[in-house]
Design a protein around this ligand. Structure first.
Ligand SMILES: NC(=O)c1ccc[n+]([C@@H]2O[C@H](COP(=O)([O-])OP(=O)(O)OC[C@H]3O[C@@H](n4cnc5c(N)ncnc54)[C@H](OP(=O)(O)O)[C@@H]3O)[C@@H](O)[C@H]2O)c1
Length: 288
């Protein structure tokens, strides 16, 4: 893959200064096939594609790269596609896995009871996809974000939006009194279980996208005590079929990538610094 390669910036850790900085492993890329290997059957040079690399290897911050890719229809721009892999797949797998939401068109979409979903940090990369996908799954969506993004998150389809710096936002309380069947917990803030628990329905789950030792202990304790309300750690698994679903939704105009800002490859550190700050709205894209 090569030429005008677009990359989305995605990090493993935020804040805390240089001691927590990890090697840069850009994982999400989108552009077109330049050459194919002898065994390649699915693609030809010139085909538009989107690809995701392993977190451990990275390799996306380059003008040319070797990847296993998924097709990208010409209607889906490389910038939009580059935002999708890690953030979109994480949102999709959290919702359609432990949260039990079925996207419209899925086998039980209409039969299933609409779920009450809370998305924390709904203005971020994962969160903004989670709100849109949850609405496609006919869920009632409550979301948290900063005051500057209230209108943006509403425009994604959220039914209720809370400013996370207000007492209601800190308590995660649904303005209409809903109890959440699932929380897609995208915020990097350490929210204690005692805050989540009273907001959950019987059998409600908090899907923790940034699991640390504390949440793993909570998870094990809850399992051992047969708790009905659960904290569920989730690590996304790259899957081509899931990525194809996301690309198709973008092509159909039912999912969009909010681009926070575009940064040239020669100034990649600017995009990196912005992401490390933890205040992006949507995705940061690096351009050639
Ligand atoms: N488990 C996995 O496989 C997986 C995959 C991808 C990502 N992740 C994790 O998922 C988390 C989210 O990643 P991301 O890329 O979506 O983050 P992000 O884009 O950096 O999120 C930034 C957004 O979060 C908002 N925000 C910050 N603190 C908040 C709070 N306490 N409450 C509500 N909103 C808040 C910010 O709003 P303001 O600017 O207004 O503060 C900003 O718009 C990260 O911890 C990441 O490591 C996990």
């Amino acid at each position: 893959m090569g030429g005008k390669l677009m990359r989305a910036v995605q990090y493993e850790s935020y804040g805390g200064g240089a001691t927590v900085l990890k090697p840069i492993t850009a994982t999400d890329v989108a552009e077109e096939v330049l050459e194919i290997g002898a065994e390649a059957k699915k693609f030809r040079p010139g085909d538009k594609v989107v690809a995701v690399f392993s977190h451990f290897v990275g390799g996306g911050l380059a003008e040319f790269t070797v990847a296993k890719e998924s097709a990208r229809p010409p209607e889906v721009s490389p910038e939009e596609a580059a935002g999708l892999p890690i953030a979109g797949l994480t949102a999709l797998q959290a919702l359609t896995g432990p949260a039990g939401v079925f996207l419209h068109g899925g086998p039980t979409a209409d039969a299933a009871r609409p779920k009450n979903i809370l998305v924390t940090a709904a203005s971020g990369g994962v969160g903004h996809y989670a709100v849109q996908l949850a609405k496609l799954g006919n869920a009632h969506v409550t979301a948290t974000c900063g005051a500057r993004n209230l209108d943006f998150v509403k425009s994604l389809g959220a039914d209720e939006v809370l400013d996370y710096r207000t007492p209601e936002g800190t308590a995660l309380r649904s303005p209409s009194g809903k109890k959440y069947d699932a929380v897609i917990h995208c915020s990097m803030s350490a929210i204690p279980w005692s805050t989540f628990k009273p907001c959950l329905s019987e059998g409600g789950k908090v899907i923790d996208l940034t699991p640390g030792p504390r949440s793993m202990c909570t998870f094990v304790f809850q399992k051992l005590t047969f708790s009905r309300k659960l904290l569920v750690p989730l690590l996304m698994t790259p899957r081509a079929d899931n990525l194809e679903v996301l690309v198709r939704l973008v092509k159909e105009g039912r999912l969009r990538t909010k681009i926070d800002s575009l940064h040239p490859l020669t100034r990649v550190e600017d995009g990196w610094a912005k992401s490390l700050g933890g205040h992006a709205t949507g995705k940061l894209i690096i351009q050639p």
